[in-house]
Design a protein around this ligand. Structure first.
Ligand SMILES: CC(C)(COP(=O)(O)OP(=O)(O)OC[C@H]1O[C@@H](n2cnc3c(N)ncnc32)[C@H](O)[C@@H]1OP(=O)(O)O)[C@@H](O)C(=O)NCCC(=O)NCCS
Length: 338
C-alpha cells in the first residue's frame, strides 16, 4: 500500500485587511422637518425630540439607487488611487435595489466601467456595511481578490409611505462606498455578525415578493411600502447593538478605553444614546450625523465613517468601533484600526 502523502498545513499568513478609499454621495435636495409638516400630521419638535433628525436628502426623479451608488463608488476608487478596472469585486448592500433582479451591483459595474469586477448584492439592511467588510475580508485573506469595492446605497424615499407619519419622517436617501484591500498595518481587527429571523416581520416591505406578489390590491392597501413596529424595533436595536459592541471589543481583545471613536448606525439619536450609555462609552467619542440625513439604512454607516474621517474625528492609528442593527433582524459590529 502506498503511504498517504503527509499533509503539512502551511502556516496561515496573516493579511491585514483595511479600507484604502472612502466615498459618499448625498442627493442635493434637502427635505426638512418643516417640509414634512406640510405632508403629514407631525411637527419639527416631535421629530427632533423623538429621533434627533432635522432633515434628510431626497433623490431627484432621474436618480436611481445605482446612480447614488456609482457616484459614491467613483469617489472611493479615486481616493484609493485606483481605476475602475482595478476592482476585482463589487458588493452592494441595499434594501432598495433598482429592480428585484438583476443585482444593482451589475448596473453599478456598467456605470463605472469596472470591467474586471465580479458583482453581487447583499440584503443586510442597516448592517450592510459591516456584513460587506466581513465578506470582503474572507475574499482577501483567501487570496482570491485584492481590491473589493463595497457600497451601501439606498433610495428609501421611493419605498416609504408619504402618508404614514410613523415611518416617513425617519428615512432618507444616500450612498457610501469603500475600497477594501490588503494594508500594511491596522485594518479590520475584529468583526461579528448575527441574525434573529423570528423577528423578521417587525420591519419589512410586505408585498412585492413571492409571499404577496404585487397586485392592484397590494398597491391599494399600500403593502409595497415599508412597515415597521417602531417600539419593538427600538427595544431590540438597543439590546442587540449593546451586545454586538461588546462582542467586537472582546474579539479584538480591547476595552472601551482603547476606542477613539464609535460610529453606530444612524437611525435614531435615542437608540445611539441608550447603546453608548450601556456600553460605557463617553458621548464625545461617538460620531453622529443622523440630524442631517435620517436613517439611510445600508448607506448610513459608510457615510458616517466618511464624514468622521473627513472631519478629523478619525485619525491614523485610531481605533474605531462600528455597530449596526436592521431588518431581519440582522446586526454586525467591528473594530477598525485606521
Ligand atoms: C418610530 C419611533 C421614533 C417612534 O417613537 P416612540 O417614542 O416609540 O413613539 P410611539 O410609537 O410610542 O408613538 C407615540 C405617539 O406619537 C405618534 N406619532 C408617531 N409618529 C409621529 C410623527 N411623525 N409625528 C407626530 N406624532 C407621531 C404616535 O401616533 C403615537 O401617538 P398616540 O400616543 O396618540 O398613539 C421610535 O419607535 C423608533 O425610533 N423606533 C425605531 C425605528 C428605527 O430605528 N428603525 C430602523 C431600525 S434600523
Amino acid at each position: 500500500m502506498t503511504p498517504k502523502p503527509k499533509i503539512t498545513k502551511k502556516p496561515k499568513k496573516s493579511i491585514n485587511v483595511g479600507i484604502i478609499g472612502l466615498g459618499a454621495y448625498l442627493p442635493s435636495k434637502v427635505m426638512t422637518n418643516l417640509d414634512l409638516e406640510k405632508l403629514v400630521d407631525t411637527s419639527d419638535e416631535w421629530i427632533r425630540t423623538r429621533t434627533g433628525i432635522s432633515e434628510r436628502r431626497i433623490a431627484c426623479k432621474e436618480e436611481m439607487t445605482s446612480d447614488l451608488a456609482a457616484n459614491a463608488a467613483r469617489m472611493a476608487i479615486k481616493n484609493a488611487k485606483l481605476e475602475p478596472a482595478d476592482i476585482d469585486l463589487i458588493i452592494l448592500a441595499t434594501i432598495t435595489p433598482d429592480m428585484l433582479f438583476p443585482a444593482t451591483s451589475c448596473f453599478v459595474q456598467a456605470k463605472l466601467g469596472a470591467v474586471n469586477a465580479a458583482c453581487f448584492d447583499i440584503n443586510a439592511a442597516c448592517s450592510g456595511f459591516i456584513h460587506e467588510l466581513t465578506i470582503a475580508q474572507q475574499f482577501i485573506e483567501s487570496g482570491m481578490y485584492k481590491n473589493i469595492l463595497v457600497i451601501g446605497a439606498e433610495l428609501l424615499s421611493r419605498f416609504v409611505d408619504w402618508k404614514d407619519r410613523s415611518t416617513c419622517v425617519l428615512f432618507g436617501d444616500g450612498a457610501g462606498a469603500a475600497v477594501i484591500a490588503p494594508v500594511k498595518r491596522g485594518g479590520l481587527l475584529s468583526s461579528y455578525i448575527g441574525a434573529d429571523g423570528t423577528k423578521s416581520r417587525l420591519l419589512m416591505f410586505p408585498a412585492g415578493g413571492s409571499v404577496t406578489p404585487a397586485s392592484h390590491e397590494t398597491v391599494t392597501q399600500g403593502l409595497h411600502f415599508l412597515k415597521m413596529e417602531g417600539n419593538e424595533v427600538f427595544k431590540n436595536a438597543v439590546r442587540v447593538m449593546t451586545n454586538a459592541s461588546a462582542q467586537a471589543l472582546s474579539r479584538a481583545g480591547l476595552t472601551t478605553e482603547d476606542i477613539d471613536c464609535v460610529i453606530p448606525h444612524q437611525a435614531n439619536i435615542r437608540i445611539i444614546e441608550a447603546v453608548i450609555q450601556r456600553v460605557g462609552i463617553p458621548a464625545e467619542k461617538v460620531f453622529v450625523n443622523v440630524e442631517k440625513y435620517g436613517n439611510m439604512s445600508a448607506a448610513s454607516a459608510i457615510v458616517a465613517l466618511f464624514e468622521a474621517v473627513k472631519e478629523g474625528r478619525v485619525k491614523k492609528g485610531d481605533k474605531v468601533l462600528m455597530v449596526a442593527f436592521g431588518s431581519g433582524f440582522v446586526w454586525g459590529s467591528c473594530v477598525i484600526e485606521w
